[in-house]
Design a binder for this molecule. Structure first.
Ligand code: NAI
Length: 703
């Protein structure tokens, strides 16, 4: 029947496994632990060996084999990578969800590889570990698929830094199989002989457990929670009772390479071992459970964003059309696929997409890829870009168009369907990639400058339309070493401009904690600042009733040109309001009374007594407590008594009701863009205490 190639992307699981400390201890005994490593065998203070993770595979592998339709007569467990996010608890439930990510062809007589990734969480949904499993199917080669990408593990030329001797007993498989792998090959002599062996063979995963224990004992003794990654390739069978050696080379701080060798024959039975260890990263900006699309992420800045998002828990659609930096050349998914491989090697989840942002259908397909693979979309980074530099006089309409197509129209094509998804779910973060060329100009880049500043205009309106849906839209103008800048930056500067220096600000702007929308930041090589459209006071020229003369404008030019004391506007209407106020003000005009941007939470509370409607407060005696979370939040309380209102910072000891909200939602509600009822029914406004009293708030305050 052959491999089911359509199964790529199809979800496998969840497969769940409930376990107790006895399962963890039995596993540890099965891989050679004993009194010297009592912490893995004794329920008093039990720690779970990280390689216990493989016991989740026993239900996952059959499901994977069925979904891929491999020929069961010829399958072997080829490779296994495990990445550990949190320690495995001594008991509980493990729930694993995975998907087939690729089929690779080694050739007709050489077999096929089936790759699957999986994520395992505990009963509280906490991500414990993720895996990449490679099944080697000896009988399914020659189906015409691509060859597997080569990822080399290069061992140092020196002898190992440490060698741990191990002695699996003659009976080891009998003990190990009780952890779940009851395949007869490891216990039934007749079965093993029919399969071409002299007798039952060791489980490869048992030898893997011996190695894991040896690596921990050597590199992070007594601290299995510091194991970050364990991966290897299974190469040869081993008979029970054969002594083994785990050979270890420490190649960097927190990183070692390893092999397991048959100590009698010298043959390598497990090869290409990698082991990473250290404290769990103290990331506070996380994207767990979120899905991100990064366009143009096959290289340069986009690749770095995609990797960092994945490292921090996001599932990522890596989009890239391939091709040259001017947008010509053959379209290919290869760059996107390489980045996806990198993400998977880190234990992250990602899919590749090769659609072009320059067409509306491409944008739709990119967003559809996120929904198909991961079911949602939280973050969009519009990053894809090309260059067609020419001085304006020499620039052809085609060169103008191509650059606008990718940067400006491209961002629109992807943002339009993404915005619809985010609006529906009431959450989203969108990043526009602008440029210093757009903000300030650059010789030879008229097309690029126009497109890049166009993105700021797009952002300006989306920030307003997204406000009530918690969609935040910001922009960065970065400077980084990439193929776009390799011949425009001086060499010494190029060397100091790592794309990694841009990613931290980009990630924060894409995070749930991002407090701002509609901002533009310059960023690169460790510097960052904000760029803004700043407007000074409205200078009234002439008598404010009849149109001024040219000469009157010339006379006022120095004042019109001044930016001293300039201000920003949240939206155009506020600037127009200021202009109208200036026209009715005394000659000379003034900055006007319109707000320069959305007020802060503290400003709202400061304005509260002024917004109090005394007539609506007859007979009212109530204390409202406001607990506002997030940037600019805090605690305030408001006492309405005897027809008066007092507002103070801090918690009141006996409030009638307590309102809990995120700062942004609170501001949106106060600005009237988030109706209180909608906030309440969507869970964004939480009320404790007397709910009926809380309904007075809308009546008592008119901002
Ligand atoms: P890069 O050339 O390494 O990355 C751009 C990526 O976009 C490439 O992988 C390319 O294949 C992809 N791409 C091009 N057309 C596409 C299309 N139609 N659909 C999908 N993908 C497409 O360059 P770099 O420097 O990483 O640029 C990333 C973004 O940052 C671009 O928007 C660029 O304009 C912007 N930028 C970069 C600066 C820098 O100093 N590197 C300065 C200012 C802005």
């Amino acid at each position: 029947m052959g491999l089911n190639l359509d199964a790529v992307g199809r979800e496998i699981g969840p497969v769940t496994k409930a376990y107790t400390w006895k399962d963890a201890a039995l596993y540890a005994l099965g891989v050679g632990a004993g009194f010297p490593e009592l912490e893995y065998c004794y329920e008093n203070g039990l720690k779970v060996l990280p390689s216990f993770a493989i016991t989740t595979l026993y239900d996952f592998l059959p499901a994977l084999a069925a979904a891929s339709n491999v020929n069961l007569a010829g399958i072997l467990h080829g490779e296994q990578a495990l990445v550990f996010h949190n320690p495995i608890p001594p008991e509980g439930t493990l729930s694993t969800v995975g998907r087939i990510t690729a089929f690779y062809d080694k050739g007709r007589d050489r077999g096929a590889l089936v790759l699957a990734e999986s994520v395992t969480r505990d009963g509280n949904g906490r991500k414990l570990f993720s895996g990449v499993t490679t099944l080697f199917s000896r009988l399914d080669g020659g189906f015409g698929g691509p060859a597997a990408p080569r990822a080399e593990v290069v061992f140092p030329g020196r002898p190992p830094d440490a060698v741990a001797a191990g002695k699996p007993s003659e009976n080891q498989p009998l003990l190990f199989r009780l952890s779940g792998d009851v395949f007869p090959l490891h216990v039934d002599a007749a079965f093993a002989r029919r399969a071409g062996f002299e007798g039952p063979i060791m489980h490869g995963l048992c030898t893997h457990g011996f190695a894991c224990l040896a690596l921990i004992n050597r590199l992070t003794p007594g601290a299995p929670e510091k194991v970050r990654r364990l991966s290897c390739r299974f190469t040869r069978p081993l008979y029970p009772g054969t002594p083994i050696e785990t050979r270890i080379w420490q190649v960097a701080a927190g990183r070692a390479l390893w092999q397991v060798v048959n100590a009698v024959s010298g043959e390598i039975v497990i090869d290409r071992g990698e082991f990473e260890f250290g404290e769990a990263p103290a990331d506070t900006v996380r994207f767990d459970g979120q899905v991100a699309v990064v366009t143009g992420a096959g290289g340069g800045l986009g690749r770095v964003y995609a990797l960092e998002l994945a490292r921090r828990g996001a599932r990522v659609v890596v989009n890239d059309l391939g091709g040259g930096r001017d947008g010509t050349g053959e379209a290919t998914r290869a760059p996107a696929e390489r980045v996806v491989e990198e993400i998977r090697a880190l234990g992250g989840e990602a899919v590749a997409n090769g659609d072009s942002v320059a067409a509306a259908e491409g944008g739709e397909a990119i967003v559809a890829a996120a929904l198909k693979a991961f079911g949602r979309l939280d973050v969009l980074i519009n990053n894809a870009g090309i260059l067609r530099d020419k001085s304006f006089a020499k620039m052809s309409p085609g060169e103008w168009r191509a650059v606008l197509d990718v940067h400006l129209d491209g961002a629109c094509h992807v943002t339009r369907p993404a915005f619809a998804v985010m609006k529906e779910q009431g959450y989203g973060r969108i990043l526009m990639t602008t440029s210093g060329s757009g903000l300030y100009g650059n010789f030879g880049q008229a097309n690029y400058s126009a497109a890049k500043l166009g993105l700021v205009g797009l952002m300006n309106t989306l920030k307003i339309e997204g406000l009530r849906h918690d969609i935040k839209v910001n922009a960065v103008a970065q400077v980084a070493a990439s193929r776009l800048t390799e011949d425009v930056m001086p060499g010494d500067l190029f060397g100091r401009m790592a794309p990694e220096a841009v990613a931290p600000l980009v990630l924060f702007l894409c995070s749930r904690d991002c407090p701002v929308s509609g901002r533009v930041y310059n960023v690169g090589a460790g510097f960052a600042n904000r760029a803004a459209v700043v407007t000074w006071r409205n200078v009234v020229v002439g008598d404010a009733r009849t149109p001024p003369t040219v000469e009157a404008v010339v006379d006022s030019l120095a004042r019109i040109d001044s930016l001293e004391g300039g201000r920003e506007y949240w939206e155009a209407i506020l600037q127009i309001g200021d202009a109208a106020a200036a026209l009715s003000a005394p000659a000379g005009g003034g900055p006007g009374a319109g707000p320069a941007g959305p007020p802060s939470v503290a400003e709202v509370f400061a304005a509260m007594p002024g917004a109090f409607v005394a007539e609506a407060a007859a007979g009212v005696d109530v204390v409202f407590q406001f607990d506002i979370s997030g940037r600019g939040g805090g605690s305030w309380h408001c006492i309405v008594r005897g027809g008066a209102c007092t507002v103070a910072e801090g918690a009141h000891d006996r409030p009638a009701c307590t309102v809990r909200m995120a700062a942004d939602d609170f501001l949106a509600m106060m600005a009237g863009t988030l109706p209180a009822m909608q906030a309440y029914t969507s869970g964004r406004l939480k009320i404790e205490g007397d709910i009926m009293k809380s309904q007075l708030i809308e009546k008592l305050f008119k901002f």
